[in-house]
Design a binder for this molecule. Sequence first.
Ligand SMILES: [Zn+2]
Ligand SMILES: [Zn+2]
Length: 379
Amino acid sequence: MFSIYLWGQQIRVGIYRDNTLKRITISYNQGNYSIFADTSYFGELNQYEFIDLLFLNNKVQLKKGTTELGVFDKVILTREKNGASLTYKPVQPSVKPRKYEDDIEIKAGTSGLTLVNIVELDNYLKGVVESEGGGGKHLEYYKVQALMSRTYALKYLGKHKKEGFDLCDRVHCQAYHSMLRFTPLIDSAVQQTSGVVMKNNGGELVDAYFHANCGGQTSEPQYIWNSKIPYLNSFKDTFCIYTKQATWEKRVSKDRWLKFLVEKYNYPIKDSLFSSLVFTFSQPQRMAFYVDPVLGIPLRDLREEFNLKSTFFNCYPEGDDVVIKGRGFGHGVGLCQEGAMKMARFGFDYSQIARFYFPGIELDNTNELLLFNQRRIME
Ligand SMILES: [Zn+2]
Ligand SMILES: [Zn+2]
């Protein structure tokens, strides 16, 4: 008897990692769940029922409805079959409810509850595509997003091993905030690409970086992280230049701008050539450094300090301000989401979109490998 679960791969995702949860209620949403706490079984969680979990003396106090069941090290809710989900409502602190599919494990952490969603990889990906994908609303766009998120998840599985899970739900890994807005289009996108990942010509999973809008030219990874990635080079992208986030403008006071450059980088303000250039900069092509590479002022540091949407900007002085006119939104490395949405609307399929942003990569189906391994187990 081999169930369908053998096909899917379950992963452990730490959820609500942005919050220190002291108390949360988890209620029935869909499917049947069994409640376990340490070695005891506490029956099913049925429609209209909820459990209430409180961080208490480094343990977990469990109530079903208002009935106290005891204080435990670990509480687990397991689903009977696929297609089950629960609604999570943090009470302390009060945070927006979310819906997660599959199982949940709750333990006491050092200062609050640790929640780990034990979830089929594809179910996890639906939540990630919803959180990271934005309003693309096109099947081929969601498919390429699913491909990227699967590749990333498999490459970085176990990043949080020390904390007892594989990945977290923050942008640190991939945002995974299922908000009850799940669309059937995302479901189809994940299913239709199930098992497919991006590999480089050496057969390794690629770094599936993406950003909202590249501003017309993608960025070299070494401009952002000081490390070169062979399949990711800067190139022109005309698909995104007439979209919402293609251009932006921001003003910063000259005092602040100057103070930062001089104090942090010893900008040579006494040198007449450099002092005349301090507020004026132009980037016909993406560059790594402000004014002159010899000064060693990385544009990514300016972006961080002044909270700019991208490093791809020109600037000039006006009155007491520096006027910054920029292009794009995000680090600019890898797939440009708004460009990818436009390509999908123009009729490109997800593999063409993936190859446009990651030239030279190959798509590989890991389910075929799983099937192979499974046959060996069954023989
Ligand atoms: Zn993480
Ligand atoms: Zn772009």
